[in-house]
Design a protein around this ligand. Sequence first.
Ligand SMILES: Nc1ncnc2c1ncn2[C@@H]1O[C@H](COP(=O)(O)OP(=O)(O)OP(=O)(O)O)[C@@H](O)[C@H]1O
Ligand SMILES: [Mg+2]
Length: 470
Amino acid sequence: MGKILVVDDDRGLRKGIALALKRKKHDVVEASNGLEGKRALEKDAFDLMITDLEMPGLRGIELLKVLRELSPETIPMVISGFGTIEKAVEAMKEGAQDFITKGDSFSIDELEVKVERLLKQKHLKDENRRLTEENRVLREAVSRRYQFKNIIGKSPALRAVFARLEKLIEDGQVTVLIRGDSGTGKELVARAIHFNGPRKDKPFITVNCAAIPDTLLESELFGHEKGSFTDAIRTKIGKFEAANGGSIFLDEIGDISLGLQVKLLRVLQEKSFQRVGGNKTIQVDVRVIAATNKDLEKAMVDETFRPDLYYRLNVVPVTLPPLRDRREDIGLLAEHFLAQHRRERHRRIQLAPDTLDVLLKYDWPGNIRELENLIEQMVVLSSGEIIEPQHLPAYLVEKVSTPYSLPAFDGHLTLKGAKKRLVEDFEKRFIRSALDRSGWNVTRASKEIGESREGLHRKMKRYGIHRSNR
Ligand SMILES: Nc1ncnc2c1ncn2[C@@H]1O[C@H](COP(=O)(O)OP(=O)(O)OP(=O)(O)O)[C@@H](O)[C@H]1O
Ligand SMILES: [Mg+2]
């Protein structure tokens, strides 16, 4: 089924064609001359236009030109009483896809067959265009995911990283070594380097070097020839070949064996390698992005990491600072992860200021991954809109809690009263710890904290501090 415009000043023929096409369930619009045809094209979108060539006013050839301007997707087909080769050639030059003659040789069946064929072609083309477009949108979505705007942070430390990344991305070639503690975003940055750079339409292949046993890692990276070892039933392409034209991300590079380090060095230097059990040299164009949280300098001293590979990898190091060294990013990241949950779970949810306070003070040994997981955990565990400190795991609150928390407001609490309580509490703890240090020698403790012996005794009595009730 298609939408078809039939333009012909020969009323009988036009009606005949229209009727035949309508019977075939097409949606047909008729025009009795070129100008009318033009108007129809301005108003509607057609899959196909069948036009006569010889018409008063706007001629068929001119209408074809108009069609190209107004509606290039519509397929033109011509029909003419003077079916000469020259006419056909001229019409084809103007884009007509097929030609049919009037007069004795005219056959409505032939027209129908041609119309069906052209419509089918058009549908295929449309589908193709749609898929290409869909592909483009998807690809864009993928690369958008890894744009810098998804690497959250405004700390000077992270800005310095961004500046370096921009240079690296522009270059598109140089080997990158990403360093940083666990969960600092090494993989995220590796993806950003690939998906923002000139290789973005080519593969990005990840190999976790620590997860694969050494013997398998070699064939994983370089592939193997059939029969090269017992399990090698058929020839296998390695990750380096699979990544050709794109990037390979060698995660946990600090974990590979000395033997493989030699082979890797060769790939980095010569861009070539051999499959396991093969003797053919294979050339590839692959950008290597490596990452590790290991102390490679120490590994070199320990002779578990080859210095030549180290220097070859470390051409441009990118070091991601731990989260505790960029506390100004904690709030931003927390908000970023919360916003994701708001979108995904359709929940209005936010952190209470006290909760954020705790997060800001915590040391984040697991860095951003720990923060991301914690936010998710709290979103799941809290049922209201506000995440309160009590939703935080106890270990975390304990780690950041100071001995002085605000006394609970009980309706009677004045500033003076609260201060008194806090001071008393402080004095008790302070004196106790001084006595602990002096082995409960009151004279020595009083000297240490600059109080008289009598004064200290008085306070001990007042607060009921004895060695026995420590
Ligand atoms: N700056 C950032 N902005 C937003 N999300 C981040 C940022 N850094 C890291 N993340 C997120 O934190 C998580 C951990 O990051 P990633 O996996 O890249 O860390 P990693 O350094 O590779 O960790 P590991 O050494 O444990 O493999 C990921 O979900 C990542 O998207
Ligand atoms: Mg990682």
